[in-house]
Ligand binder design. Structure first.
Ligand SMILES: *Cc1c(COP(=O)(O)O)cnc(C)c1O
Length: 372
C-alpha cells in the first residue's frame, strides 16, 4: 500500500545526517530537533501553536483532557472512521455520540450532527477522512450556535487546504478550536516510528495542552493538571523536519496517481471514483473506490494474485464493533456508513507510484470487473 523504502532512498543522505546528529548530541528527549520541527510546522500550517506528542491517538486524548471534558459529556464523532477517534472518547468516560457520513465525501454529515446535539453535548470531532477536509464552515457554525468545541482529527489530511466561507484558505486541522495529526509511518507526513501533534491558535489552550502532554506540569515537579506522558522523540522530529520540506511535493505525487486512477476508472458503472469536496483540496491519504455489483473479496484475491495489495478502510462501523456495542445503537442506524463498510476498497496510494505500476493496477482491476 505504501513504499517507504523508495521514498527513503531518495532523501537518504539528509535523513541519515539528521538522525546521526541527534545520536551524537544525545539530546534524545525534547532536543533542538523537536523545537525546530515544531517551529517549521507552525510556519507551514500557519498556526500559532504546534504541540508535538507521542502519536495521533494521544493527540486526540490530550485535547479532550485539556478542554476539561468530564465523564458523561457527549462528544459527537462520525460512525465511519478509524477506531482511535471513538476510542479516546470512551476511554475518558465521555459518551461517544455517533453520526452518519456523507456518501460522496465519506466525511461527517453536518445535518446529522445538528440532529445529534443535546444539552449534554460538549464537542464535535470531525475526521478529515482519506485526505480531504470535512465541511468545516457548517461545523463551526453549529459549534458557535450550540457553544461546542471542535476538535479536528486531521490525522489523514495534513497539508490539505480548506477554503473557508470568508474566502480565506486555511490548512486542515487549524480551523477548529484544536486539531490533531499523526506521524505514523504510512501517514502523509510519516516518521520512522510513532509521533503526533496538536495544533491551536489559542494561547491559553496551548499552555494547557503543553502541560497535559507533560504530566500536567508547568513548573518541574509541580502538577496542576492530571496529565499523561506523551512526547515526540528527537530522532522522529529530525526525520519529520526533513520530510516536511517535501510534504507538498509528496501531496502532488499522490494527486497525480489519483488522477491516473480516476482516468482509468471514471465512467465505469461498477466503480465510483472519489468525490472532490469543493471547499477542500484532496491530499489522498487513501484512494478509495465504492464498488457497485462487484464481489469485493474475490476482487481483492484477484488483485493479490497479481501482487497488488488492497485494503478495506473500514470494514466494520464503530457502532458494530464488539467493544463499542451500545444499547443506544443497532444495525441499520447509520445506513451510509454501513453501506460504505461493505462496498469500499482502497488501492495502493503513496508518493512513489510510477506509471507502470498504475497501469498494472488499473488494468488488473478492470480485467477482473470485465470478466466477473
Ligand atoms: C492514524 C489515525 C489516528 C491515530 O494515529 P496514531 O498515530 O496511529 O495513534 C487517529 N485518527 C485517524 C483518522 C487516523 O487515521
Amino acid at each position: 500500500m505504501v513504499d517507504l523504502n523508495t521514498q527513503y532512498e531518495k532523501i537518504r543522505p539528509e535523513i541519515d545526517t539528521a538522525i546521526n546528529s541527534v545520536i551524537t548530541s544525545a539530546a534524545f528527549i525534547n532536543g533542538p530537533a523537536v523545537k525546530e520541527f515544531q517551529a517549521n510546522l507552525e510556519n507551514y500550517l500557519g498556526v500559532k501553536h504546534v504541540i508535538p506528542c507521542g502519536n495521533g491517538t494521544d493527540a486526540l486524548q490530550v485535547c479532550m483532557m485539556a478542554l476539561g471534558l468530564k465523564a458523561g459529556d457527549e462528544v459527537i464523532a462520525p460512525s465511519f472512521t478509524f477506531i482511535a477517534t471513538a476510542e479516546v472518547i470512551a476511554l475518558l468516560g465521555l459518551v461517544p455520540v455517533l453520526v452518519d457520513v456523507d456518501p460522496d465525501t465519506f466525511n461527517i454529515d453536518p445535518v446529522a450532527i445538528e440532529k445529534a446535539i443535546t444539552s449534554r453535548t460538549r464537542a464535535i470531532v470531525p475526521v478529515h477522512l482519506f485526505g480531504q477536509s470535512a465541511d468545516m464552515d457548517a461545523i463551526m457554525k453549529l459549534a458557535e450556535k450550540h457553544h461546542l468545541y471542535v476538535i479536528e482529527d486531521a490525522c489523514q489530511a495534513i497539508g490539505a487546504d480548506y477554503k473557508t466561507g470568508n474566502g480565506k484558505t486555511q490548512k486542515a486541522g487549524t480551523i477548529g478550536h484544536v486539531g490533531c495529526t499523526s506521524f505514523f509511518p504510512s501517514k502523509n507526513l510519516g516518521c520512522y516510528g510513532d509521533g503526533g501533534a496538536i495544533f491551536t491558535n489559542d494561547d491559553q489552550l496551548a499552555a494547557k495542552l503543553r502541560s497535559v502532554v507533560n504530566h500536567g506540569m508547568t513548573v518541574r515537579y509541580f502538577h496542576d493538571d492530571i496529565g499523561v506522558n506523551s512526547r515526540l522523540d528527537s530522532i522522529q522530529a529530525a526525520v519529520l523536519k526533513v520530510k516536511l520540506k517535501y510534504l507538498d511535493q509528496y501531496a502532488s505525487a499522490r494527486q497525480k496517481a489519483a488522477s491516473a486512477y480516476d482516468k482509468a476508472f471514471s465512467g465505469n458503472p461498477h466503480l465510483k471514483i472519489p468525490a472532490h469536496f469543493a471547499k477542500s483540496s484532496h491530499v489522498f491519504h487513501q484512494y478509495t473506490l465504492v464498488l457497485n455489483g462487484v464481489d469485493r473479496n474475490k476482487l481483492i484475491e484477484s488483485l493479490n494474485s497479481n501482487a497488488i495489495p488492497a485494503m478495506i478502510y473500514y470494514p466494520v462501523p464503530i457502532h458494530l464493533q464488539k467493544a463499542y456495542l451500545d444499547p443506544r445503537y443497532k444495525p441499520g442506524d447509520f445506513p451510509v456508513t454501513e453501506s460504505l463498510s461493505k462496498s469500499v476498497i482502497s488501492l495502493p496510494m503513496h508518493t512513489e507510484l510510477d506509471d507502470e505500476q498504475i497501469q498494472h493496477i488499473t488494468s488488473s482491476l478492470l480485467e477482473f470487473i470485465n470478466n466477473q
